[in-house]
Design a binder for this molecule. Structure first.
Ligand code: SDX
Length: 435
């Protein structure tokens, strides 16, 4: 079948070039503009990459209009209902669902590598006690480079898989210890007889002075939330990991960069921002309508955190799933409901926003972050740890996207160009002639 192309014509010179239209297995056809500068002498301009595909990938597919999300072709709804987080990690990294033997071997490998090098625990002491846990995560995960950098050849496929397994195994311990350090509690070491989610809850909440059994309902809810957050195509933090990795930096440095990008309230920091917004609303005693009006006011920087998405112009499919978890937990009677009013306000806000033309016209639906913060709060996880929970879940997505990029023998360093609008060339002015 002949290739589909589009023609770009320079109306000044009359010169035209044919650009190939690349065909996806599903989703949007993509124009290959790589010859554009060389053949026609133009850059393209797309701040925020609204219309730009930065790479090919086989890992995650999103359809923002239909509200679809699939990991390696499997719909998120089916994985949420039938799979476990570690099974999803195997799927995202290796591309296929594991056999029973493969899953058992993977779970064993992860379980037996949850302990970081003991020296790594010393890094925490360098942080102020009130350091934000995301600052600790950026530092400690980056520090993994100093423990594993030397014997890791990023061009060796088995070394890359080792790095992926090591990160998936250790990130819950590193994350839980960030919380323990900030609360002055002793580090709890992982236990091999607990599941991945149970182990995290254990390391977060157990005390060495007494037995602690993670609540199975909480562990199941956490496992599901981690599945929903595992990967999400070329979002800001994943693109950061890819760009960082494209310079041939080691995996740990790249993941540390991704954690930094996720921290922003426009991205993974939104779940923490949602709860702070809800708390401000409750404490203000003002009507919700006042906050809705502020969110619409172009002169007011206030935005409804947890609403809107660059890609989803329909309900975020993860939000639909997590909304049910949120309601089930609230009604279970087994959660920390000192924030009852917060949850009520969240449900009222959701109702108002979904009926308001400003939000409907801009497809501003609640996103996954709107509900995840509420669930973490209900689990007793402190607000400052919410984005760490996101990083904990997204590590498999980041490292799998990095692995996919490094497996391409045509990987090139990412180096965007720019539209320069600064001063044109001018001569140096001696200081006694400056005004
Ligand atoms: C995540 O990319 C991913 O995949 C991310 C993520 C993942 O899994 O990795 O899904 C996780 O980051 C989810 C998003 C979490 N962020 C928030 O909840 C923060 C609040 N949302 C916004 O900041 C915003 O919606 C973004 C950042 C999510 C999307 O921004 P865009 O695509 O650049 O959209 P925009 O800022 O151009 O907004 C379009 C319009 C504007 O109004 P107009 O200029 O058209 O009149 O919608 C308005 C905006 O003012 N708008 C909002 C709003 N979000 C957008 N108005 C009020 N409240 C909001 N939350």
């Amino acid at each position: 079948m002949s290739k589909k192309t589009v023609t770009v014509t320079d109306n000044e010179t009359g010169k035209s070039i044919e650009l190939e239209v690349l065909q996806p297995s599903c989703g949007t056809e993509t124009i290959d503009i790589s010859p554009l500068y060389k053949e026609l002498g133009y850059f393209t301009y797309d701040p925020g990459f609204v219309s730009t595909a930065s790479t090919w990938s086989k890992i995650t597919f999103l359809d923002g209009d239909e509200g679809r999300l699939e990991y390696r072709g499997y719909p998120i709804e089916q994985l949420a209902e039938k799979s476990t987080f570690l099974e999803v990690c195997y799927l995202i990294l290796h591309g296929e669902l594991p056999t029973a033997e493969q899953l058992a071997a993977y779970e064993q490998k992860i379980t037996r590598h949850t302990l970081p090098h003991e020296q790594l625990s010393k890094f925490y002491n360098g942080f102020r006690r009130d350091a934000h846990p995301m600052a600790i995560m950026v530092g400690v995960v980056g520090a993994l480079s100093s423990f594993y950098h030397d014997n890791m050849d990023i061009f060796n496929p088995s070394h890359r898989i080792d790095a992926a397994n090591l990160l998936v195994a250790k990130i819950p311990t590193i994350a839980a210890w960030a919380h323990r350090y900030s609360t002055g509690k002793p580090f709890m070491y992982p236990k091999n007889d607990l599941s991945y989610a149970e182990n995290f809850l254990y390391m977060m909440f157990a005390m060495p002075t007494e037995d602690y059994k993670p609540d199975p309902l909480m562990a199941k809810a956490l496992d599901l939330i981690m599945i929903l957050h595992a990967d999400h195509e070329q979002n800001a933090s994943t693109s950061t990991v890819r760009l960082c990795g494209s310079s041939e930096a080691n995996a740990f440095a790249a993941i540390s960069g991704g954690i930094g990008a996720l921290w922003g309230p426009a991205h993974g920091g939104a779940n923490e921002a949602v709860v702070r917004m809800l708390t401000d609303i409750v404490e203000s005693g003002k009507p919700l309508s006042e906050f809705i009006d502020r969110a619409k006011d172009k002169n007011d920087p206030f935005r409804l955190m947890g609403f809107g998405h660059r890609v989803y112009k329909n309900f975020d499919p993860r939000a639909k799933i997590i909304r049910k978890v949120c309601h089930d937990l609230l009604q279970s009677g087994r959660i920390n409901n000192t924030h009852e009013r917060l949850f009520e306000v969240a449900m009222e806000l959701e109702k108002i926003a979904l009926e308001d033309d400003y939000f409907k016209d801009r497809n501003l639906y609640p996103n996954v972050d709107f509900y995840s913060g509420i669930i973490f709060l209900a689990m007793g996880i402190p607000t400052s740890m919410f984005t760490v929970m996101f990083a904990l879940s997204r590590t498999i997505g980041w490292i799998s996207q990095w692995n996919e990029m490094m497996s391409d023998n045509k990987v090139r360093i990412g180096r965007p160009r720019q539209l320069y609008i600064g001063e044109t060339t001018r001569d140096y002015v001696p200081i006694d002639q400056r005004s």
